[in-house]
Design a protein around this ligand. Structure first.
Ligand code: FAD
Ligand code: AMP
Length: 480
């Protein structure tokens, strides 16, 4: 038996590594166990987010956007580029460098904060003991006052499209293509499917997204979803709703996909590559011994209460492996809350204000409730919208597609939700998230001086429009 820790974290994704750093900052003796290995077999921190999720997907989205811009937009600015080409292996290597840099950053932060980084597999035993098996197979039992489980999630596989990592891939495989597929199929037009579909579409693939649901981005505000579908379709993404994939057959270097369309007719399409993006599931394989005392819920998530405490005393769970949206920042905030609770503080997490972004171009971002949700809750509300085409900075930048929508309580004017499709939506939505945290009204946002010319003027004007006070657009409501 070796040293006893105050906190052992299992998993170093954004939920686990943030929990470990915060715990160590608060003076707790902390270790973080991570089993991920890089392509050379070396232990590496960062989890899905850094290795095969948020960061590498954004690296490819940025590269493909630059290519597309150079090819499609520069001419209008008077910039001649000659023949624009793409070297896919170089783009993929750049992404790998970005991943390495970011994951090295976590290792550095662990050192600076005195978190003990252990590379190998952790398994929770009864009584807050953790069996640690390093990459050479050496087994050791560690003890802790508190254990934080942060084992994350993995892609869902569907039997009708088994991943072979050659022609049929999941989101991880779609980050490694070495050439641009001529025809690319994507099963699932959700967040990840749209982002990865956009990357390859910008580079020249003919992309078809097959989505089983009748509504596009069903969880989003439907006004914004409709506008987004219009914009993405114009860009060349062929998004087919009410289309359920029922089978696939790999034929040499191609795959034939069978699906039922909206009229119930069977259809077939052939692709060079097929990405399966039908969601993610919590990952707990090998994590818990039979007598650990930790329960799973009916969908396989680790069961926790609002404070991320499991059924076993002193055992907590955070991030994708517990209920709630599968988002990096949601897990990180849970990690901070748990570390501070262990240290005796009493923070709470606000699950009602978690921003959500789709990194297409333009970006789609939201925080708070959608108009459909507010309506279903039976509340009286006002809506203000403002199009980017009326924002000087957006027109100057040739980024004038999309709009900002703000929903506010009809009686109190408190902001209930903000939904954006447009330039820098990911950053714009954050200002509304902060306003909502402080219980702000639409009027408060509208009265705040916004710099000019900025994209954020669309947020100010949408907030003014809630009460019929927009300046740069005729108001639907009469100005008082
Ligand atoms: P993970 O990041 O999955 O980390 C869990 C870690 O635990 C892994 O490293 C795993 O190896 C380790 N582990 C598991 N079991 C054990 C064990 N027994 N012993 C030791 N280690 C173990 N989210 C966003 O917010 N924004 C985005 O833009 C975004 N883009 C995405 C793009 C893609 C393509 C994908 C796939 C995901 C994206 N996500 C995004 C989701 C985001 O990556 C996840 O929500 C986030 O990584 C979850 O963090 P986590 O710490 O809970 O788990
Ligand atoms: P997300 O959960 O945001 O990653 O989105 C996954 C999407 O995949 C959901 O919108 C599902 O409706 C969709 N989906 C799941 N199974 C199938 C299938 N067999 N054919 C087409 N779409 C599917």
């Amino acid at each position: 038996m070796s040293d006893k820790y105050d906190v052992i974290v299992i998993g170093s994704g954004p939920a686990g590594y943030v929990a470990a750093i915060r715990a160590a900052q608060l003076g707790l003796k902390t270790a973080c166990i991570e089993k991920w290995k890089d392509d050379k077999g070396k232990g590496i921190n960062g989890g899905t987010c850094l290795n095969v999720g948020c960061i590498p997907s954004k690296a490819l989205l940025d590269s493909s956007h630059k290519y597309h811009d150079a090819k499609a937009s520069y001419e209008a600015h008077g910039i001649g580029t000659g023949d624009v080409t793409i070297d896919v292996p170089t783009m993929i290597q750049r992404k790998a460098k970005v991943v390495k840099q970011m994951s090295g950053g976590i290792t550095g932060l662990f050192q600076a904060n005195k978190v003990t980084s252990l590379y190998g597999t952790g398994k929770l035993l009864a009584g807050r003991k953790v069996e640690f098996t390093d990459h050479e197979g050496k087994v050791e039992t560690l003890e802790a006052e508190n254990v934080i489980l942060a084992s994350g999630s993995v892609p869902v596989n569907i039997p009708v499209a088994p991943v072979d990592n050659d022609v049929i891939v999941d989101s991880t495989g779609a980050l490694e293509f070495q050439e641009v597929p001529k025809r690319l199929g994507v099963i699932g037009a959700g967040v990840i499917g749209l982002e990865l579909g956009s990357v390859w579409s910008r580079l020249g693939s003919e992309v078809v997204c097959l989505e089983a649901m009748d509504d596009f981005l069903a969880m989003m505000d439907q006004q914004i979803a409709k506008e987004t579908k219009k914009i993405l379709t114009k860009q060349g993404l062929d998004i087919r709703l009410s289309c359920r994939v029922t089978g696939t057959e790999v034929k040499g270097k191609e795959v034939e996909v069978t699906y039922t369309d909206k009229d119930g007719n069977e259809q077939k399409e052939t692709f060079d590559k097929l990405i399966v993006c039908v969601g993610r599931r919590p990952y707990t394989e090998g994590l818990l011994s039979g007598d650990s005392g930790v329960n799973l819920d009916e969908r396989g998530f680790i069961y926790v209460n609002d404070l991320c405490s499991t059924n076993a005393p002193g055992v907590w769970a955070v991030g994708d492996v517990v209920r709630g949206p599968m988002l990096a920042h949601k897990g990180s905030e849970e990690g901070v809350m748990v570390a501070e609770r262990i240290a005796g503080q009493k923070p709470l997490m606000n699950y009602d204000i978690i921003p959500n972004v789709i990194y297409t171009h333009p970006e789609v971002a939201s925080v708070g409730r959608t108009e459909e949700q507010v309506k279903a809750d039976g509340e009286d509300y006002n809506v203000g919208t403002f199009p980017f085409v009326a924002v000087g900075r957006a027109v100057a930048a040739d980024e004038a597609e999309g709009l900002v929508k703000i929903i506010a309580d009809a009686k109190t004017d408190r902001v209930l939700g903000c939904h954006i499709v447009g330039p820098s939506a990911s950053d714009l939505v954050q200002q509304v998230a902060i306003a909502m945290e402080f219980g702000s009204t639409a009027e408060d946002i509208g009265m705040t001086v916004h710099g000019h010319p900025t994209f954020s003027e669309a947020v100010k004007e949408a907030a003014l429009a809630v009460n019929g006070h927009a300046i740069h657009m005729p108001n639907r409501k009469k100005r008082k």
